[in-house]
Design a protein around this ligand. Structure first.
Ligand code: FAD
Ligand code: NAI
Length: 492
């Protein structure tokens, strides 16, 4: 039996290339066998992650003498700006997921190989990455000459009890599918409970959705939920269910939308409230169970022991049908592990990089997007620009520092309304500055609100969709939603 197990390792020459060694998983083996062959004469570029940063890097770094491999556990690019809409059926999930293999096939600039796998560890000295393949039963050690780490981030639960086990999230396509299914299932259960004359508390709990975190993710999700209640719940499940459907937004800080100008954040909060969202600021969630949430007033770091005791005494627990955790992001395990190996700290929030986005202390390794501590915000806009920059730097061997060009920030507040905070030199501002609902905010920023901002939000994100096929499918979703209502198909 031992001999059979030892004979199991094979070299995968096909999909991965002659230099990749595959073994069966066995934690006892500390060496991969047989060893990876010596490097080929092509430069081996390995990109970890198929998101905004990784995909843009892949598209730019192709060229003669380059052997590019993109590695990701998900075989698609996820178009995150439309993810909140997909959770209530404004768009379908298929429209916001672009298969990586199709992107590669349709790209003129790259002939990258794709491996569906999870990067578990990086050996910066040996210049290898250890992967676990998609079905989780094979280990793979991939050597590189240049490594681009673009693995993004994961929801941060801050170790709050019960969150990991009981909360829903809004980060990946699967999260959106789970949330959509939960909403539809709770609506049906509440309708049935009403029909059976069950007590009010059961119905009200099923019809309560709590969104934790008033950042852009939480605000956009609440806006989509408010649209869903107004347009779809009333007509499909009846007025009583729609009237009792509650959307609660809990934000620990004194105001929602921290990254936006206070006037715009205030406008967003008021708009959500007029649409029936209960916005609770200075309200920290401290515990979550399968069907309940505990809140208490949040306190500044400087709070005294007495104030903390008082806040704990004011804690309230409420029954909920769905709780969505949108309270921020943290580093993935592979990033934390590498940061630790490089002496960048025990519990790093990302990888420290220099002005060329090269990881400090790791030769030939770049970190981009949400997993990099580059001094820029964790947004798609930053990730895409960093991806393009690193791709070009690898292709052209250029040494120019990265320079981020901020176009502005947008947040959708539901159909027909949004806020936009733009740089005055931005083209969108120049064409919109004469429209209604525009003003100056902050030192040198311009704000657009209401319908013009919504048109900007839709237009901008529509044109940035990757392919004609996703544009077609998102257009079809939007037309269907406005004519026939949102997608309320429960998964079969
Ligand atoms: P991601 O896009 O998250 O991609 C990471 C990739 O790495 C994924 O393919 C993942 O599968 C892969 N990966 C994960 N672990 C591993 C591993 N161990 N090995 C290999 N691969 C791995 N930003 C904006 O600017 N505008 C918006 O409107 C906007 N809307 C958003 C809406 C939502 C709901 C969310 C959640 C975020 C939104 N953002 C927006 C933020 C934006 O999506 C992120 O900043 C952006 O996705 C970061 O890009 P990235 O490539 O670093 O990470
Ligand atoms: P975030 O970090 O911006 O916001 C999380 C919020 O949750 C914070 O305001 C925080 O105070 C709050 N919070 C944390 N713990 C809490 C608790 N226990 N109880 C109550 N509230 C708590 O995270 P978000 O919104 O997911 O955004 C992540 C990144 O993605 C940001 O950089 C954001 O700009 C970007 N993004 C941009 C969008 C856009 O441009 N339209 C849309 C969505 C995300």
């Amino acid at each position: 039996r031992l001999a059979a197990t030892r004979a199991a390792p094979v070299i995968a020459t096909g999909a991965v290339g002659a230099w990749a060694a595959v073994t069966t998983s066995n934690d006892d083996w500390d060496e991969y066998f047989p060893p990876a062959p010596a490097s080929t004469d092509r430069e081996r570029i390995v990109i970890l992650g198929s998101g905004w940063a990784g995909l843009n890097a892949m598209k730019k770094c192709g060229g003669e003498g380059k052997d590019i491999t993109i590695v990701s556990p998900r075989p698609h690019f996820l178009y995150t700006p439309l993810l909140a809409g997909s959770a209530v059926g404004t768009t379908t999930l298929r429209s916001v997921c672009e298969p990586i293999r199709a992107v590669i096939e349709n790209s003129w600039t790259t002939d990258a190989k794709f491996i569906r796998a999870d990067a578990r560890a990086i050996d910066a000295a040996k210049k290898t990455v250890s992967l676990k393949t998609g079905d989780g039963d094979k280990n793979l050690e991939l050597p590189y000459d240049k490594l681009v780490i673009a693995v993004g981030a994961q929801p941060n639960t801050f170790g709050i009890p019960g969150v990991q086990e009981n909360a829903l999230f809004l980060k990946e396509a699967e999260d959106s599918a789970k949330l959509h299914a939960r909403l539809l299932s709770n609506l049906e259960r509440a309708s049935a409970a009403l029909a059976c004359g069950e007590c009010n508390q059961v119905v009200d709990a099923l019809l309560t959705v709590v969104v934790v975190g008033g950042g852009p993710t939480g605000v956009e999700l609440c806006a989509e939920l408010a649209d869903f209640r107004k347009d779809d719940i009333a007509r499909r499940y009846g007025d009583e269910i729609a009237d009792r459907f509650r959307i609660v937004l809990a934000e620990a800080m004194p105001r929602v939308l921290g990254p936006f100008d206070p006037q715009l954040a205030d406008l967003a909060r008021t708009h959500l409230e007029t649409r029936g969202v209960e916005v609770r600021e200075k309200c920290a969630v401290t515990g979550v169970t399968a069907d309940a949430v505990t809140y208490q007033p949040s306190l500044p770091r400087s709070a005294t022991a007495e104030q903390r005791l008082q806040a704990a005494a004011e804690a309230k627990t409420e029954k909920v049908g769905a709780l969505v955790w949108a309270a921020g992001i943290g580093a993935r395990p592979v990033v934390k592990k590498l940061a630790q190996q490089l002496g960048q700290g025990e519990n790093a929030r990302g990888l420290k990089v220099d002005d060329r986005l090269q990881v400090l202390g790791a030769d030939g390794v770049f970190a981009i997007g949400d997993c990099a501590l580059s001094g820029n915000a964790p947004t798609a806009q930053v990730a895409a620009q960093q991806g393009k920059y690193v791709g070009r730097a690898i292709r052209d061997r250029s040494d120019k520092p990265f320079e981020y060009k901020h176009a502005g920030s947008l947040c959708c507040l539901g159909f027909g309304n949004a806020i936009a905070q733009l740089q005055p030199q931005h083209q969108a501002w120049r064409s919109l500055h004469s429209a209604a609902n525009t003003k100056v905010v902050g030192e040198d920023q311009r704000a657009v609100t209401g319908a013009p901002a919504f048109a900007l939000w839709r237009g901008m994100y529509f044109t940035q969709l990757l392919s004609p096929s996703t544009r077609w499918s998102v257009s079809a979703d939007w037309i269907r939603t406005s004519l026939k209502g949102r997608d309320v198909n429960e998964p079969v």
